[in-house]
Ligand binder design. Structure first.
Ligand SMILES: [Fe+2]
Ligand SMILES: [Fe+2]
Length: 291
C-alpha cells in the first residue's frame, strides 16, 4: 500500500499544488482579476451567480467536513496524511467560493443567511447522506461517497462550468482550473486506496452501493432543480443584449454551451457523471446502482 500511495504524500502535494499551479494566485485567481461588469451590475445576473456559487460553497463545506472526519477513521498513516492535505484543499475551496460571494457583493455578516436561502435542499440531503457514514466512522463508505461520488460529480460540474466561463468570466474560470486539478488528485486517491479495502471487506458492498444509489438520486434531483427554472435562457438573453453572446461560444462533451437547451445540458451532465460513477465503481469491484 505504501507504494501506490507514494504520489499522495504531503511532499508531492506541496510541490504540485501550493508551490505549483497555485503559486502567485489570490483566492484561486490571478491577482487583480475581477468579475465581469454585467454580473456585478445586472441584478438578475448577480443573483444567478450568487445562487450557483452557494451550491459550490455547500458542496465544498460537505467535502471539508467529510475529509476532516475521515482522518479519524482512516486505517493507515499514509491515508491520514493524504486526507490532511485534502482537508486543506477543501477548506481552500470553501474559502475561494465564499470569497466569490463577497466579490459579488454579499456582506460577510450575510453569508450564512445567503447560503441557507439558496442552498438546494436536494444537495443538502446529498451531503447529509455522505456525512452520516463519515460520522459513523465508516471509512470505506465515506471514501466511496466522498472521493468517488461527491468528487466525481464536482469534477464534471466544474469542467462544464469552466468550459462555459472560459471566455465570459476568466476570473471564475481560473478559480475553477485550480479546483479541478485538486479534485482530480482526490478522485485518484479514492480509486487507489479503496479497491484493496473493498477486497478486504466484501461484506461492505451492499451498504456502500445503497449509499451510492441514494446520493445519485439526490444529485439528479439537484441537477433537475438547477436546470428547469429557465434561468439559463434568461442569462443568455441578457448577455446577447449586451453583445456578449459570441463570448459564450464554447463546447463541452460535444454540446455547444452557448445554444444548447437546458434539457440537453441537464441530460448530458447527468449521463457524463453517472457514466463515470459506473466505470469507477466497477473498477473497484462495486456494482453501480441506478438511482
Ligand atoms: Fe473540493
Ligand atoms: Fe475534493
Amino acid at each position: 500500500m505504501a507504494n501506490f500511495l507514494d504520489g499522495y504524500s504531503i511532499q508531492s502535494w506541496l510541490e504540485s499544488c501550493p508551490q505549483g499551479y497555485l503559486e502567485g494566485t489570490e483566492y484561486g485567481h490571478e491577482r487583480g482579476q475581477t468579475e465581469p461588469e454585467l454580473v456585478l451590475t445586472d441584478p438578475f445576473m448577480r443573483e444567478q451567480a450568487i445562487s450557483l456559487t452557494v451550491q459550490l460553497v455547500a458542496g465544498e463545506r460537505c467535502a471539508l467536513a467529510a475529509s476532516a472526519g475521515l482522518i479519524g477513521c482512516a486505517p493507515d498513516e499514509p491515508s491520514k496524511r493524504f486526507l490532511a492535505t485534502q482537508t486543506l484543499d477543501e477548506a481552500r475551496h470553501v474559502e475561494i467560493f465564499s470569497q466569490r460571494l463577497y466579490d459579488l457583493g454579499v456582506k460577510k455578516s450575510e453569508l450564512e443567511d445567503v447560503v441557507a436561502q439558496f442552498a438546494n435542499p436536494n444537495l443538502v440531503k446529498f451531503a447529509e447522506t455522505l456525512l452520516e457514514k463519515v460520522h459513523g466512522g465508516d471509512f470505506v463508505a465515506g471514501v466511496v461517497g466522498q472521493n468517488i461520488v461527491l468528487e466525481g460529480m464536482a469534477f464534471s460540474v466544474f469542467e462544464m462550468l469552466h468550459a462555459s466561463m472560459i471566455n465570459s468570466n476568466p476570473k471564475f474560470a481560473k478559480i475553477l482550473t485550480g479546483t479541478i486539478a485538486d479534485e482530480r488528485r482526490h478522485v485518484g486517491f479514492g480509486e487507489n486506496r479503496i479497491g484493496s479495502l473493498i477486497e478486504e471487506y466484501p461484506e461492505k458492498k451492499p451498504e456502500v452501493q445503497k449509499m451510492q444509489k441514494e446520493m445519485s438520486h439526490y444529485m439528479l434531483a439537484t441537477f433537475a432543480d438547477r436546470f428547469r427554472d429557465g434561468a439559463i435562457a434568461e442569462q443568455r438573453r441578457r448577455m446577447q443584449e449586451r453583445g456578449e453572446a459570441s463570448d459564450v461560444a464554447a463546447t463541452w462533451k460535444g454540446l455547444d454551451l452557448g445554444v444548447a437547451s437546458s434539457e440537453d445540458l441537464e441530460k448530458t451532465l447527468s449521463n457524463v457523471v453517472l457514466g463515470e460513477f459506473k466505470t469507477r465503481l466497477e473498477r473497484l469491484g462495486l456494482e453501480y446502482q441506478t438511482p
